[in-house]
Design a protein around this ligand. Structure first.
Ligand code: GDD
Length: 415
């Protein structure tokens, strides 16, 4: 049981503009962590999960995006949740553990007994309370969320072996070439402050090995054996692997949904997962008639209150429509994300697609994908301000911003 004095803080790793390149062309316009899934920024989902942690004092977002990109969101979410949320900007990437260490003094200001660390680009039910309870029972320095995935997909993640009874992490290997286990690291952790000593140990080792006096003064120094700069410490390779089997790290397995969000295709799938979670946890966020101007709604749908929808439109399932979109008569929307200020004219159809900000779809036009979330052209993506003229059909294509499409395309990347 937690004592009332024990404080907990949460840290969410949001990365920066040089990461998330697989999220193009959508990351040209918005930092990936602010891309909307089920109508809420990606980072909003882990943040709202943190709100359920007992004695949560503060949430930090750590990244190397410009502060101004997060300023508006951070101030609005802080007042909405009534929990201080603060963005901490790294001057350059320090790696997932290095970034945590870099801001250790600020993170420890509240003297927390526990620190949650969450990757921003994962989609799950974030069972943080349960993890914290398990972590207290295990009495290690860290507990990580793990899940079983298919043996074919496991090598995209950290693969691990855990003791079936004690749940101790026995062996950990990051994205191995040969199969180790179908149990993988979900990128969600809870640590005691001892994690900082463990990271410091890695820095000290690097200093001894490479003769570095002050880690921060050695920008991008490359060693012969490490493929990353020595002031860059990765949680997985540099901390989890060496600490496995030392009775310090434990695992908590989720049986619920989990996805890693690296591409727009997967973000469409994750939008569906979060919409269906809203159905259980926050049904008031889903379109149900009132705010939808009587359009026909099928399944889980999010519609921003400012959207204008014609009553003859049919929308759903898995549709998320952002601010100031106009949906005309006879429009059909299935399995799609429509971003701010899009206009969809009469009888247009959008299926398995993401429509970029300020785009315009003409009358009787059709934008469609195959619903293969993992294939490069498995859904159709229109970048910002793309115009699809009347009756034009776009199938399984990626269209870069500011294009005007007068003819139909299939299986193309339109640059
Ligand atoms: N602030 C900051 N600074 N964030 C970073 C940095 C950094 O230098 N490097 C990575 N991140 C953030 C990313 O934005 C992401 O949210 C998270 O840290 C992990 O990113 P990567 O280090 O690129 O790892 P990954 O996503 O390929 O894999 C990790 O997560 C998987 C779960 O999604 C590994 O831990 C895998 O083992 C794990 O399965």
């Amino acid at each position: 049981m937690e004592s009332p004095e024990e404080k907990v803080v949460a840290v969410i790793m949001v990365g920066g503009p040089t990461k998330g390149t697989r999220f193009r062309p959508l990351s040209f316009n918005t930092p990936k962590p602010l891309f909307p899934l089920a109508g809420q920024p990606m980072v909003h989902h882990p943040i709202s999960a943190c709100k359920r942690i007992p004695n949560l004092a503060r949430i930090f977002l750590i990244g190397f995006y410009e502060e101004k990109e997060f300023a508006l969101y951070v101030s609005s979410i802080s007042s909405e949740l009534k929990i201080p949320v603060r963005y901490l900007k790294e001057d350059k990437p320090h790696g997932s553990a290095g970034a945590l260490y870099y801001f250790r003094d600020i993170i420890m200001e509240d003297k927390p007994s526990h620190i949650f660390l969450l990757n921003c680009d994962v989609c799950c039910s974030f069972p943080l309370r349960e993890m914290l309870e398990a972590h207290r029972r295990f009495s290690g320095i860290g507990t990580m969320l793990v899940i079983k995935v298919s043996a074919e997909s496991a090598n995209q993640f950290g693969e691990l072996i855990a003791d079936t009874v004690t749940k101790e992490l026995l062996h950990y290997t990051e994205k191995p070439e040969t199969f180790v286990s179908d149990l993988i690291n979900c990128g969600v952790y809870v640590f005691t402050p001892d994690i900082f000593s463990a990271i410091k140990g890695v820095y000290s080792h690097l200093e001894d090995r490479f003769g570095i006096c002050r880690v921060s003064s050695f920008d991008h120094f490359q060693s012969t054996t490490r493929s990353v700069p020595v002031d860059f410490v990765r949680l997985d390779q540099d901390i989890l692997s060496p600490l496995a089997g030392k009775k310090k790290l434990y695992t908590y397995e989720t049986m619920d949904f989990w996805e890693q969000i690296k591409t727009p295709g997967v973000s469409l799938k994750c939008s569906a997962l979060y919409l269906s979670q809203f159905c259980q946890t926050s049904p008031h966020l889903l379109a149900g008639g009132d705010g939808t101007k009587n359009a026909m709604i099928v399944g889980d749908v999010y519609i921003h209150p400012s959207v204008k929808v014609h009553p003859t439109a049919k929308i759903g399932p898995n549709v998320s429509i952002s601010a100031n979109v106009r949906v005309g008569p006879g429009v059909r929307l299935i399995n799609c994300i429509i971003l701010d200020n899009v206009e969809i004219k009469d009888n247009a159809v959008v299926i398995n697609s993401i429509i970029g900000w300020k785009s315009s779809l003409g009358r009787w036009s059709r934008v469609q994908g195959n619903e293969d979330y993992n294939a490069k052209l498995g859904i159709t993506i229109l970048g910002e301000a793309v115009t699809v003229e009347d009756e034009v059909v776009i199938v399984n294509s990626i269209v870069l911003p500011n294009k005007s499409l007068h003819v139909s395309f299939q299986d193309e990347i339109i640059l």
